[in-house]
Design a protein around this ligand. Structure first.
Ligand code: FE2
Length: 425
């Protein structure tokens, strides 16, 4: 069970990592206003304020309340307010109403974070070695959880601010530089055969990344880079959104229901496409990877292009041949969209955009969720969602692994999600 994976057990290193990740969340939030902190634009997204409190609740609930006999709860109602979905822990505030919580105030949430930070620091410094060994996997999980919420903080806020007709930019350094050139697209042949898939046992991993197991892959080809904006515009201009032949049945219904005609956040101004980002609205960079498309749109594009999406196994088998490097979150801000560059055979595998795969998010052979509340973290969501790989330009650097499995419903567009093509050979 990967939550028990070998990880930091030195208390100095645990605390250093804890302080760094917690400080990063606060730096990201400090770039925003208290009004920004309140916004919730849809059921699936949460306010910044709730994200900041919920990540603190996680450490309080799964470490302090269980292992620190001296810990005194910060506020008796916070367990109800900031429990996300853990039925083992108790009832929770309705998710769609998270944006209605003007109280506790922003300052009270900051105080809550400080209180939990101090309690964790004192506990890690003084706890017996046995307790440190027990909490080490939970600390790693809590930090990975907080990093996941750092990305969600940005994707949720971006969706919320997009509802504002002013299309406000959060960050001052507007990204107007379209920069870069088109990379010649080529297909990289992969031999296939029996491949090992899943977490390899080094460092931390989520439970859903294991057990490591063998799969058989037929030979396949993978595009050297994700589909670009220019390529996607060709799909749009060829009537891609008007032709049901390219769309899965549910996807075609979504196109009609939501009036999709372009990726989320796009707007056509005269003859050129512009996209909203946290830097404000900017010209779409033609050679950067297309972003904010659903699995449905990715699959439709693949059909139009006489190709398909790779399975998560094909993606992982190919990516494991290359070093883990890419463009991730920079100084608490999403890295600006950029074209692929470099001379490796496969580019932009990591960072830039999450890549939709053709694989449903289901358990690997032999998987069983951990017992108790923590078992609700991943396993209970293995229905109706698709796997995405590789991380995005809003994913904290250091958070990614080749075995990492993100998952979202096929209609979701508000994550930094793109795709690359595969085909049989
Ligand atoms: Fe969470």
């Amino acid at each position: 069970m990967a939550f028990d994976s070998p990880i930091l057990t030195d208390r100095g290193e645990i605390l250093a990592q804890f302080k760094k990740v917690r400080r990063n969340s606060q730096t990201m939030a400090a770039a925003l206003t208290p009004e920004d902190w309140m916004l919730q634009s849809m059921l699936e997204a949460s306010p910044v304020k709730w994200n900041l409190a919920h990540t603190s609740w996680f450490f309080e609930t799964f470490i302090l309340k269980i292992y620190d006999g001296k810990y005194r709860t910060f506020h008796p109602k916070f367990n109800y307010l900031f429990n996300s979905y853990y039925n083992h822990i108790g009832k929770m505030h309705p998710r769609p109403e998270r944006g209605l919580l003007s109280r506790p105030t922003a300052q009270e949430i900051i105080d809550y974070r400080s209180y939990v930070d101090d309690a964790i620091a004192q506990f890690v410094e003084k706890a017996p070695d046995d307790d440190i060994a027990r909490i080490a996997p939970l600390m790693a999980l809590g930090l990975a959880h907080e990093e996941q919420h750092q990305e969600l903080l940005l994707t949720d806020l971006k969706h919320a601010l997009y509802q504002n007709p002013l299309l406000p930019g959060v960050y001052e350094d507007a990204d107007e530089d379209p920069g870069g050139d088109a990379m010649p697209v080529h297909w990289e042949k992969m031999e296939g055969g029996i491949c090992e898939i899943g977490w390899n046992g080094e460092g931390f991993a989520f439970d859903n990344e294991g057990p490591r197991h063998k799969v058989y892959l037929h030979p396949f080809e993978l595009a050297c880079q994700p589909v670009t904006n220019a390529e996607y515009i060709a799909f749009i201009e060829d009537g891609g959104y008007e032709n049901p032949a390219h769309w899965l049945s549910d996807a075609w219904e979504a196109v009609q229901d939501h009036h999709w005609r372009a990726p989320l956040y796009w707007r056509k101004a005269e003859e050129s496409w512009r996209a909203y980002s946290l830097f404000g609205e900017h010209a779409v960079n033609p050679y950067a990877p297309v972003c904010h498309v659903s699995f449905y749109e990715a699959a439709a594009y693949a059909s139009w292009a006489d190709a398909r999406l790779p399975t998560e196994f094909e993606w992982e088998a190919a990516a494991s041949l290359f070093p883990l490097k890419g463009r991730f979150l920079e100084d608490g801000k999403p890295a600006p969209p950029r074209p692929a560059s470099g001379d490796e055979r496969l580019l932009q595998l990591y960072g830039d955009v999450w890549e939709w795969t053709a694989s449903p998010y289901v358990a690997y052979p032999g998987y069983a969720p951990p017992g108790g509340a923590i078992g609700e973290y991943n396993g209970k969501f293995m229905s109706g969602q698709m796997v995405l790989k590789g991380g995005s330009r809003a994913t904290p650097a250091g958070h990614m692994r080749v075995s990492y499995r993100n998952f979202f419903p096929p209609q979701a567009r508000w994550q930094f999600s793109g795709f690359r093509l595969a085909r049989d050979c």
